[in-house]
Design a protein around this ligand. Structure first.
Ligand SMILES: [Zn+2]
Length: 465
């Protein structure tokens, strides 16, 4: 179990992976020994699961051998880490627990907000203000006998090694990339060959309004989050000319009030606070007047709040569909009973219902998983500012606040660092200097740290003429 699923995703190392992972799982099973949960497994409790695991079917994996062992593995040994206990996380925890997974850890740093309650169904009004992970874990444990969900507010590298599969239900691309980078950092290579026993599969779900996606990532083997970064477009902003002179959408009118009128009139002391109802009301009123001038309808208080706070409404049904797809993939990989998704599912029910799957391809020079040194092409007369701009604006890098260091005359030198105020002030003058003035040479290595990755990314500077 668990091994054949991986194998089907990459025929190349087929037998070797199967062998290694099978051994790995057997060892884990022997070591973990099982978590006796006596008494809670009444007759027929897992009938809905054994139907998939104890008999063959037209869709089972060609190498699958039906047995009672698979269910025991789920119940007693398989250890799942769920990242996020929000809209997707609540669904995921419920689905996994009802599918027979019992050793589940859930991580979320967030606390429960009143606005979560319409869809994050493990929370009640009395839970508002409490940590999401803890409340979600307690709810599942009290409702589903034998389930042992443990909650955490943060995670470290040590903890991840212990999990068989990781599922992400996050709303942040940065957190996703960080997690992706973390799993890649756990891979071990011997003479350039990936050791399959170091792979921890990552199932990632994401939703945005009526759109969603689910994907299966085998770090080091299949496309990772950073391989397909172009699929996540950076924040969309409306062109200023549209906002200023030819609005067509209610959003354009709200942006007009927010970007142009607010800074000019500076009401309430100047700073716009998206959580302050009076501020939203102010923007709403101005936006409504603007919309009336251009015969645009649809400016509401709610939309104003959404635009100001950059909120995309969460849709409970989208979360349910994506979480179900993710939980199914976890089940398939954990049991090897079915061939897992290869490797990306798109879901959209904005207008009718549309879904399809495709195989996202690995990017040969992916900055996260390729182990290929990253090239930076700049003339020696380029300023450091331009390099910084490239790191943040390039569609395939999309860094947030990169810190650039290098080695000059045998010494470590910070060229620019934004996150610490004193260092930022000290290194800011470097931004206006050319690469040549900074003493950098052709072939120079630049180490770049950023919140999007737990590991420093190495770049090789190539001077162009
Ligand atoms: Zn990659």
């Amino acid at each position: 179990m668990y091994c054949t699923a991986l194998m089907s995703c990459n025929a190349m190392h087929k037998s070797k992976i199967e062998e290694l992972l099978a051994g790995q799982i057997r060892r884990k099973m022997a070591v973990d020994g099982g978590h006796g949960v006596g008494g809670c497994d009444w007759d027929g409790r897992w009938n809905h699961v054994t139907k998939f695991l104890e008999r063959p079917g037209p869709f089972t994996h060609p190498d699958f051998e039906p047995s009672a062992e698979s269910l025991q593995f789920l119940l007693e040994t398989c250890k799942i880490l769920v990242i996020g206990a929000g809209g997707l996380g609540c669904e995921l925890l419920k689905n996994l627990a009802l599918s027979g997974f019992r050793i589940i850890h859930v991580v979320d740093m967030d606390t429960i907000d009143l606005s979560n309650l319409n869809r994050q169904f493990l929370f009640r009004p009395k839970d508002v203000g409490r940590p999401k992970a803890e409340v979600a874990a307690n709810f599942i444990n009290s409702r589903i006998p034998g389930c042992k969900v443990a909650s955490r507010k943060c995670f470290s590298k040590m903890h991840q090694r212990k999990f068989h599969i990781i599922v992400c239900g996050l709303d942040s691309i940065i957190a996703r990339r960080w997690m992706n980078g973390m799993l890649i950092s756990l891979l071990s290579y011997e003479d350039g060959v990936l050791d399959p026993s170091s792979i921890i599969p990552l199932i990632d779900g994401g939703t945005e309004g009526f759109k969603g996606n689910a994907r299966v990532i085998l770090p080091g083997m299949t496309a990772c989050i950073d391989c397909t970064l172009e699929l996540y477009p950076p924040q969309i902003n409306f062109p200023m000319c549209t906002i200023a002179s030819m609005p067509r959408l209610p959003e354009h009118c709200i942006e007009y009030a927010r970007i142009l009128q607010w800074p000019k009139e500076k009401p309430f002391g100047g700073n716009l606070d998206g959580d302050n109802p009076e501020h939203i009301e102010w923007v709403f009123e101005r936006a409504r007047k603007r919309a009336a001038e251009f015969n645009i309808t649809g400016v509401t208080y709610r939309l104003t709040q959404g635009v100001v706070k950059r909120i995309i409404p969460a849709v409970a049904s989208t979360n349910a569909v994506i979480a179900a797809a993710c939980a199914t993939e976890v089940f398939k990989i954990a049991t090897s009973a079915y061939i897992p998704l290869n490797n990306y599912l798109v879901f959209n029910d904005v207008d009718g219902l549309y879904t399809y799957t495709f195989e996202a391809e690995r990017k040969e020079n992916c900055s996260a998983c390729s182990q290929v040194p990253q090239d930076l092409q700049f003339p020696s007369s380029a300023k450091l500012q331009e390099v910084l701009q490239f790191l943040t604006e390039s569609a395939s890098l999309q860094m947030k606040s990169p810190a650039i260091t290098t080695t000059l005359e045998g010494k470590n030198k910070t060229l620019y660092l934004q996150s610490v105020k004193s260092i930022e002030e000290r290194t800011r003058p470097n931004l206006c200097k050319t690469l040549k003035e900074l003493g950098l040479s052709d072939g120079q290595e630049l180490a770049v740290a950023d919140v999007t990755t737990p590991q420093t990314v190495l770049f090789k500077l190539n001077f162009t003429t």
